[in-house]
Design a protein around this ligand. Sequence first.
Ligand code: C2E
Ligand code: CA
Ligand code: CA
Length: 568
Amino acid sequence: MTEDAHPPQLDLEAQRLGARLACTLDNITDAFLMLDREWRLTFINREAERLLQCKREEVIGMNIWERFPEAVGGPYYKAYHQAVATNQSVLFEEYYQPLDLWTEVRAYPSDDGLALYFLDISQRKAQEAEFHRLAYYDRLTGLPNRQLLVERIGQALQRYQRSHHCGAVLFIDLDNFKAVNDARGHDKGDILLRMVGERMTALLRASDTVARFGGDEFVILLDNMGDSGETAAQHARDVAAKVLRAFDAAFDIAGVQHYSSPSIGVTIIDSTSGSVDEVLKRADLAMYQSKAAGRNTSTWFEAGMEQRVAARAALEADLRQALNEGQFELHYQPQCDLRQRMTGAEALLRWRHPVRGMVAPVEFISLTEETGIIIPLGAWVLRTACAQLARWAAEPRTADLRMAVNVSAQQFHQPDFVEKVLAVLADTGVRADRLKLELTESLLLKDVETTIARMELLREAGVGFALDDFGTGYSSLSYLHRLPLEQLKIDRSFVWDAEKGRHGRAIVHTIAGLGKALRMEVMAEGVETEAQLELVAEGGCQLFQGYLYSRPLAPAALADFIARVNLA
Ligand code: C2E
Ligand code: CA
Ligand code: CA
């Protein structure tokens, strides 16, 4: 009796068992296939027919690689060959593209061939992908989110450790985004964010990442820029320039053209860059410098930036506290006519810092403008100056003195600026025609029509306007006659230049002549010497202000001064 020859009843038994096994295998929920040693299909159950979209009659006896030629050489092919070659089972997950099917596969080799169990895990994979999308992508823009960005920067930094390659990180913050949200609603703000994301994505290579970092902040990771810092820096510069240019065209938000701009901070990353947090902090710091430099620009991270930014942040915190704790004061610089009779005063802000002593406005005004502190601060200045006007009004001798108050662009362009001024006048009971607001040329040039309308409203109420620092701004003289101004203030630099040569003298003459033609008063600023006074008088100025007449004075010193001098 040879090994192969079975007794007839055993054969029958085997057949019955085989049939039962086939029936069982047919009914299990896993897909199940058997292959012989020539890769021919010897068995396929119902679930496998369904998953592989084939009929038992058609495929039994077929070579699996002829039936599924796309798989040849691929992951399934390699795994099955490995199982056979090592006589070890294998377990793996794989996607089979022709059938759009995610499978979990177990392959068990035996002397007869290979038994394969398949599970359809497409649904689980879809859930995993959805989970991944939720966890790693921003819902609004569809861009990678902060989490994914942090991972990618981390991976890049690790790679650079080995490869000595470098990359760059660009931190991008939209300028004035809050204004869009406030003026046009959050849904319009959302549209803008989505469009910005699309524009930036279109600029970059597939290997780069544009992520939404949060709010109106985006971060770009430029990966794999080679091992030359020079080339990397050039490429980063190009991308920063492209991002800036991408904002040149308006964004169409629900039919309304909206212009936006970005502030960008750039830092190069390589094997010495430290942690992801440090990298992001550097890019953020550089971005902050772009904001400070007037927005719509890009800034490169530099060592020392931390200290400067920290100093600024400290100053900003100090300023907020100063407002709450009443550390600001107004000093008043008397103004007079050519016969040195006092006509009024200009209110000038001073900050009595608990440690630094008296701080001049040049050191903090621009920061209050950038941070918005100027809004409450400017309101305080106006109220305090009007309170002084009210005190003057109470005395017949000083009742005609006028008060000039400096107004910042941010203040003036607040939608309720006119109402606020009128409210202060009403509250303090001061006559509107005793108040004169000093505006600068740059302020007036922004949205000229609205500006004129606003000035006219106040003008009708009696408030006067002076054009401050005249001659230093953008000086498009064409609009000057349209503005309800009563006074031009010649900037002190011209007064000082006038002494030095005919050129400055000519400018003083010209400005005074222009003022006269437009029926405006002309006041010279910064008059320090008798010689300067002579020059400006000769030039045609009727009023002046400067150290020659008086320095800015604290309220008590001002009272003494007024008691001593003649009034106009
Ligand atoms: P400004 O409006 O041009 O004010 C005149 C500045 O010239 C004052 O400086 C004043 O002290 C100075 N000055 C006046 N006469 C002379 C002179 O004969 N020689 C010299 N060398 N300087 C003279 P200050 O007080 O330091 O103010 C600087 C700037 O800060 C002001 O320039 C104004 O732009 C701004 N500022 C001051 N107070 C306020 C305020 O309440 N609100 C706003 N928005 N800005 C203010
Ligand atoms: Ca002024
Ligand atoms: Ca001035």
